[in-house]
Design a protein around this ligand. Sequence first.
Ligand SMILES: [Zn+2]
Length: 310
Amino acid sequence: MHLVCAVVLLGALAGAAGAAPELPMDLPDWRTTPLVDHDLGHGLHMLESFGGNIGVLPGEQGVLLVDAEWPELNERVRALLARISPKPVRYVIDTHWHWDHVGGNGAFARGGALIISSRETRDYILEAQRANRDNTGQYTRDPAAVPALAVDSGTQRLYLAGQTVEIIHAPAAHTGGDLIVRFLEADVLQTGDTFFHGFYPDIDFEHGGSIDGMIAFYDTLYRLCGPNTRVIPGHGPMANREDIRIYQAMLREVRKRVAAAIERGMSEQQLIAAHPLDDLDKVWGGNLVKQPYLLAIVYEDLKAHGATAH
Ligand SMILES: [Zn+2]
């Protein structure tokens, strides 16, 4: 996800031409927001909280994390990790550059962890730090928070705690530099934000993401799963491969309706005012991503990349 406050969203939807909409977000009370440990067996855990889900694999020499959550949750995440393993965090894999997945990078790196990402994610984090003129808030200039090891393409393998950990560079989907991670022996797939379970997607089309990339990538995600594979989504509860198929069908439907509106010559504001997703809202609209935001990003994405490509 990429996150800012609701005020910015209203400004963007009010029609600042060319300005990408921002996802509205009411921040929680960090001391009390739920932080839940799901034991997946094979030593693996999934930590579920306000930001992106964290995958945890404790090894003899240290702990591997996939994603690093908001920095405001870092202390609580560390306390929970200490109950899983007495070892320090040795590796952190960033699935992508969004703050709710990488905000904890700096703290983990200062504790001795090697931060791993795609080359694009590393570039996006560096860019965001450089663009932070007053050096406050998210992406303050912090060399420790910048990934030290970057994956260009293909699949890398890391062997830890009896698991073959596949780090797979996805084609552009949620962003232009998504990594997904597969724990082969445990039969667990962690998707980052290429997949949300139970609610509408976010697509960072300003950083290489696109709805067509997402839809196409779901065939790969599905193929990487067996009938018993447990899927750790970027956000939401544990899922399985059928959930991936169902989600792909929803994305196709959203794309079809927005593309049809573009072909009819509707403006973004007219599309949002027409509420074309009210039926889908009943299933998918009940969480962080709401219909107006989704319509805005898909409309702008298809305008930029071509609505008739499919
Ligand atoms: Zn994201």
